[in-house]
Design a protein around this ligand. Sequence first.
Ligand code: 4NP
Length: 158
Amino acid sequence: MKTKILMVCLGNICRSPLAEGILKSKLSAKEYTVESCGTGGYHIGSKPDSRSIAIAKKHAIDITDQRAAQFDTSNFKLYDYIYVMDHSNYENIIKLATNNQEESKVHYILNELYPNSNAEVPDPYYGGDQGFENVYQMLDKACDKIAEKLNTQNKKTS
Ligand code: 4NP
């Protein structure tokens, strides 16, 4: 069975589409599914923000086929790992969890780099292009850790 990972932000047009594209680029599609969504529904069906598309392209990642979706409680069953970008994403997802097992799937993505810090990936939506590069760099480093961890775990269990 594939390991399934869900990246979550607010709008699913800036941060989590980048996180999805970056992690996908580091994992085998045969073994892993990586998807993303937002806690909010404002952008359902939209392409990623053009600035996220551009920064991904600069780093040779194509995210143009992604379309925004909203988090749904069925995702607790569908996914093994749910990574959030900030405190509000965390609170919004955790309040929908119905048991400890569901809660335990939810992680701050930057805790992969800075354990237990609950540090946030800043929302670049209202800022300039530098904000998107900054987000890209943070997510790229966090996704390196995630890929390393998942591949190590999968080797042990297979
Ligand atoms: P994201 O950024 O959560 O990284 O996709 C945002 C995009 C849109 C909005 C907020 C955050 N918005 O309010 O429309």
